[in-house]
Structure formats: C-alpha cells, structure tokens
Write a protein that binds this ligand. Structure first.
Ligand SMILES: NC(=O)c1ccc[n+]([C@@H]2O[C@H](COP(=O)([O-])OP(=O)(O)OC[C@H]3O[C@@H](n4cnc5c(N)ncnc54)[C@H](OP(=O)(O)O)[C@@H]3O)[C@@H](O)[C@H]2O)c1
Length: 285
C-alpha cells in the first residue's frame, strides 16, 4: 500500500480527495484538518512526520481568503510560505514526496497566451506572493516535489463561486458579475483525480505542472452558464473590476497552459461546461 498524508484535509480539495479515495484501492490515506496538524507550526510538523510514515504528502492546506490576505499578510505568509517550507523540510528528512497545490495568482495576468510552467511569475496580491514564496521554499528544500498550479476551483464542498451563484439566484432578482477577468474554472474533483493519478503512475518527473479544465471564460460567462444549467430565474449583467472593487487586485488573464500534465498522465482534456454539469448534478443530489 502507498501511504498518503493529506494536510488541509477538511478544505474543499481535501474533501474532494476524500470522496474519490475509495476508487484507488492501493492507496492508504490519512486526512488531517487544521486542528489535527497546523502546518505553520514546525515543531508539530516535525513531530508528526517522526511518529508516522508516509510515501506522499498532499498539501491542500492554505490561506485562501484572497482579499483578507491584504490585511492579514503575516498570517497568509505563515500558512502559505512557512507552512509549505515546514512540510518540505519534513518530507526531505523522511523521504516523502510532496504534492503541493498552487495557483494562477502567481502570475500578473498581462500575458496574451495561456501561461506555461516556464513563464515568469509576478504576483500582484499578497495571496499570490505568499503562494509563490511557498513554491520557492519547496523548490529550494525538496527535490522530490510536484507543484500543481490550478485556477478557479469549485465543487460541491466548501464555499466557492458556483455555490455562491446558486445561493444568490435564490435571494436576488438581478446580479452583476465582472467580465474583465479571464481564466478557466476547475472542478476540484477533476484536480483530485489528477493528483491521485500522479501517485498511481509513480512518476519521478518532479517539478511544476499546470492543471485546469479546458476553455477560456470570464466570471460573467461562468455565472451565465451556472444560471443556464441550473435554470435559475435571475437577470445577469456585466460589470468590471473598476466598478466591483476588491481589496486584492486579480490577474486580468490567467489562463493556464496544461499540456505538460496532459502529456505526463495521458489525460483526456475536460471542457469546463462538462465539469460544471457534473458538479451541479452532485449538488442537486
Ligand atoms: N479555491 C480556489 O479557487 C483556488 C484556486 C487556485 C488554487 N487554489 C489552491 O488550491 C488549494 C486548495 O484550495 P481549497 O479551495 O481546497 O481551499 P480551502 O477550502 O480554503 O481549504 C484550505 C484548508 O486549509 C486549512 N488550513 C488553513 N490553515 C492551516 C494550517 N495552518 N494548517 C493546516 N491546515 C490549514 C483550512 O482549515 P481551516 O478551515 O480549519 O482553517 C482549510 O480546510 C490551496 O492551496 C489553494 O491555494 C485554490
């Protein structure tokens, strides 16, 4: 059996991993929430790895409140950078491979083409900077790592854009959504499958990989399709980031080029509309 520790196991991606873990019979999982293991506490992390044996650690733990991070810089740093560094050290000492999740927010969003893994990072928010610093801490401390950058995660678990839109469609008659940020949504369960396929493949091709569903849309396009597929009765309007102000600046265009991971795992690309359909079916169950 391959032994796997999932940190941040009670978050959105952690719950997605848990929901598909039974499909992978040769993998043996331990899911830990933030109360069980605080990744920003190095003494706790070292002790946990000393007392337990794993082949892989999947780090789903993160400070993910993008706007709040602008006011809680130190907290975001402790979790996204120092937490990642603590795990990298512990994995190195105990010969564990680390699979770490990062974000399209490491880019500034000025590129015209989808970002490849080699493109220059230039985060424009505290969240993005702390996530990039986490990547760097792993790269310089642990050769045996996979860093997977993803974008616009949603699922039936936790809170996310899809669930917020569904709730708002019941509370409001009209809604405006920004139409000047382009990216690609990713069903967190599709990402969870990709992570477990990396482990299943026993690949040693360590490094950074990009994964998202396929397509390029704005948040307005995404909301429109959510309302269409869920037959919501709401009037939707376009707005822009100048009108809909947020504390953190977001990349304008942060589409990820995913060909590297598709060729590593011989994956079939999944169109974003198809995955949205799958997720809405799960939510309606
Ligand atoms: N959500 C997105 O749109 C998105 C997009 C791109 C990339 N990502 C990345 O994808 C990964 C998973 O995101 P997600 O949507 O699953 O996030 P999430 O639902 O916010 O889950 C994050 C989890 O991390 C836990 N956590 C926070 N601080 C911790 C600590 N010090 N020690 C241990 N656990 C801690 C949280 O637990 P508590 O709730 O108990 O604090 C929470 O369960 C993250 O790395 C994120 O940066 C997310």
């Amino acid at each position: 059996m391959t032994k796997i520790l999932v940190t941040g196991g009670k978050g959105q991606l952690g719950q997605c991993l848990q929901s598909i873990s039974n499909d992978f019979k040769t993998l043996d999982f331990v899911f830990l929430g933030s109360n069980d293991l605080d990744i920003s506490n190095n003494i706790e992390v070292e002790a946990y790895f000393k007392n337990n044996t794993f082949d892989y650690c999947i780090n789903c733990a993160a400070y993910t409140a993008v706007d709040k991070a602008e006011e809680e810089q130190e907290k975001a740093k402790q979790i996204n950078e120092i937490g990642a560094k603590n795990l990298a050290h512990a994995c190195f000492k105990n010969s564990v491979t680390l699979i770490h999740i990062s974000t399209d927010f490491v880019f500034d969003g000025t590129a015209k083409l989808p970002y490849t893994e080699e493109d220059r990072t230039n985060p424009i928010s505290v969240y993005g900077k702390t996530k990039r610093d986490g990547e760097l801490a792993i790269i310089s401390n642990l050769p045996e790592h996979f860093i997977i950058r993803t974008s616009w995660l949603y699922s039936e678990f936790g809170s996310n854009f899809v669930k917020t839109m569904l709730r708002l469609s019941e509370e409001k008659k009209e809604l405006s959504v920004v139409d000047d940020q382009t990216g690609c949504p990713t069903y967190a369960k599709d990402l969870a499958e990709v992570i477990l396929k990396i482990i299943d493949s026993q690949s040693k091709k360590f490094g950074i990989y990009h994964y998202s569903n396929q397509g390029q849309i704005t948040w307005y396009d995404f909301a429109k399709e959510i309302f269409k597929q869920s037959k919501a009765d709401i009037n939707l309007y376009k707005t822009d980031s100048k009108t809909f102000k947020t504390l953190a600046t977001r990349p304008k265009h942060s589409v990820l080029n995913t060909s590297k991971i598709h060729s590593l795992l011989k994956l079939e690309p999944i169109q974003w509309k198809k995955s949205l359909e799958t997720c809405l079916t799960q939510i309606n169950k």
